[in-house]
Design a protein around this ligand. Structure first.
Ligand code: ZN
Length: 318
């Protein structure tokens, strides 16, 4: 239902990954219908979500959390790319990927999807995730990859077409795998990237390479980053990650053989095997460092599929 928000319990396992939620129909069949689009845009009942150049959206504080501020087309009139996001409950939703920085207004806060993901309703998060993904794509891919000519927006913002060679270009989505590796005996691997503060640990992740399956990418990334072999690679759900254009494919994988971790030192600077008890305590930000035998302080945010893999593993028995 459009109004539902995810549970705020840090150990919750949501039914649907946080950024995979939506409650609208994308209306792909209307993207080519210029007459319908013009009419829908002019309809004072249609709602427009303005996305600022940096990917933020305006929110107002509601009774049970923030809500995206939606405008009429007349109110949203400013330079930018119009995109048809879809419809829900008889209302048509557009995005306006604005070229200009927002003016400050009282009672209105401009915030990003990373901050808002766990707070918004299913409807709002679905609309915002699509609009942010499209905004990042249009911003980063304005030219034809074949001939370099500036491309033109078509199909209500869902493709770009080269005016010189007529080639069509679609929003880019880069598959990435993210995997919780466990030993089947109560321990999982958590690692730290060089950009993270000490103690902040997460599961392994990496991009799928050209010509590679997602399952092969899981095994390769684990071997490259921590030097162990895995088997029994199991799919555990996906969610868009439009920062700027990833699709995160979640997996679990079982240790196969020697558990000795060998950190690559580049993408990963620290890695360890952790018990469920250690992982649960890692989320306790208030505890003193001396309370922890392991250097594990802080888990990924509830918005991430990493956290959902961890929470799901914690709830399991093996
Ligand atoms: Zn071209």
């Amino acid at each position: 239902m459009p109004g539902s928000r995810p549970p705020q319990d840090p150990w919750a396992i949501p039914d649907v990954p946080i950024l995979a939620r939506f409650a609208h129909d994308r209306l792909a069949e209307r993207r080519d219908d210029a007459g319908w689009l013009a009419e829908a845009w002019a309809d004072p009942g249609s709602r427009v979500l303005v996305i600022a150049p940096g990917g933020t959206a305006a929110v107002t504080e509601g009774q049970d959390g923030p809500n995206l501020r939606m405008l009429s087309a007349a109110e949203a009139d400013q330079p930018g790319i119009r995109v048809l996001l879809g419809a829900a409950g008889g209302t048509v939703y557009f995005g306006l990927l604005s070229d200009t920085e927002p003016r400050s207004e009282s009672g209105v806060d401009w915030r990003g999807l990373r901050e808002l993901g766990t707070l918004l309703t299913d409807l709002d998060v679905g609309l915002l995730t699509s609009a942010v993904a499209l905004g990042a794509w249009h911003h980063r891919h304005p030219h034809c990859p074949r001939c370099g000519t500036r491309t033109e927006v078509a199909q209500a913002g869902w493709i770009r077409v080269c005016p010189l060679d007529s080639s069509q270009h679609f929003p880019r989505t880069d598959p990435a795998v993210i995997m919780l590796v466990h030993d089947g005996a109560g321990r999982c691997v958590l690692t730290r990237g060089p950009q993270w503060r000490a103690g902040r640990m997460s599961v392994l992740a990496g991009f799928v390479e050209a010509g590679e399956s997602a399952e092969a990418a899981v095994a390769r990334e684990v071997a490259e980053e921590v030097g162990i072999a895995v088997r029994d690679v199991r799919y555990a759900g996906s969610q868009p990650h439009p920062f700027p254009s990833s699709l995160m494919l979640g997996y679990t994988a079982l240790l196969d053989g020697d558990p000795t971790l060998r950190v690559d030192g580049g993408e990963i600077v620290e890695a360890g095997w952790f018990t469920r008890e250690e992982v649960r305590r890692a989320a306790d930000w208030g505890s003193e460092p001396a309370d922890l035998e392991v250097q594990l302080r802080g888990l990924p945010s509830a918005m991430s599929i990493a956290r959902q893999l961890i929470n799901t593993w914690l709830a399991d028995q093996d």
